[in-house]
Write a protein that binds this ligand. Structure first.
Ligand SMILES: [Fe+2]
Length: 237
């Protein structure tokens, strides 16, 4: 079984198209998507229309929930995104589950399986993303007996092996590369082999200038800087 994992598109259609094109080149059995699809001043309608047409397993992110619920006290951009969407888009956002299981082997979550707004593998210390304590990573996995647990939310690509051999994989962010040092789009390929699951974390160059221009045109220069450099932190938006 060979699967593509993508997360945290944040309305960046340029990055999403590049990742889906790369996945098509690689060839996979299925693509799984982990939420925070639309929150960003790029092309949320283009992203939601493309995603709704894919018919792939997906879970919601915390910002998908905020947009659907009408909450914008976390990121003000969520109010702008909500204004761009139609009723069918909002119904689709509301239909996304907190978790999903693919083929009985892979658990999909955005943050952790119980909370879409908590970082599973990375946390923030002094404004920097750092590997979470082992107890936290193991505790959040308790009660979810699947070979692979995939998550997003932190935008930091990482693979962790649990004490019992299960793995937790975060593919990083497709469309909003916080603190990664590169504007590239990130996603993961996981493959079940005789010796276990292999994980490949991919970094894909794409037309980030096109995404940055959209953010600038809409009056969001910091967002343009994030997609253009990959050096900003979430709190610097
Ligand atoms: Fe996100």
């Amino acid at each position: 079984m060979k699967l593509a994992i993508l997360s945290d598109v944040h309305g960046n259609r340029h990055a999403l198209d590049a990742v889906l094109e790369d996945i098509a080149l690689v060839g996979v059995d299925a693509t799984l998507a982990l939420g925070d699809f639309l929150s960003g001043p790029f092309d949320p309608v283009g992203v939601v229309d493309r995603l709704m047409g894919l018919g792939i397993p997906m879970v919601r992110g915390n910002h998908d929930r905020y947009i659907a619920e009408g909450r914008d006290d976390d990121w003000h951009i969520d109010a702008w995104v909500r204004g761009e969407l139609g009723p069918a888009h909002l119904d689709w956002l509301r239909s996304l589950p907190l978790n999903a299981v693919h083929e009985g082997l892979v658990l999909l979550a955005h943050g952790t399986p119980r909370d879409d707004a908590i970082g599973w593998l990375d946390g923030m210390e002094g404004g920097n993303a750092v590997l979470q304590r082992r107890e936290h990573v193991e505790r959040e996995a308790a009660g979810f007996p699947y070979e692979v647990l995939v998550c997003g939310h932190t935008h930091v690509p990482r693979t962790v092996k649990l004490a019992d051999g299960r793995i937790v994989v975060n593919p990083g962010s497709v469309g909003l590369p916080f603190d990664s040092g590169s504007p590239d789009a990130h996603y993961a390929i996981i493959e079940k082999r005789r010796s276990g699951w292999s994980v490949a974390l991919h970094s894909i160059p794409y037309d980030w200038q096109g995404a940055a221009k959209l953010a600038l045109d809409r009056g969001y220069p910091r967002w343009a800087e994030v997609v253009g450099s990959g050096w900003l932190k979430p709190r610097e938006l």
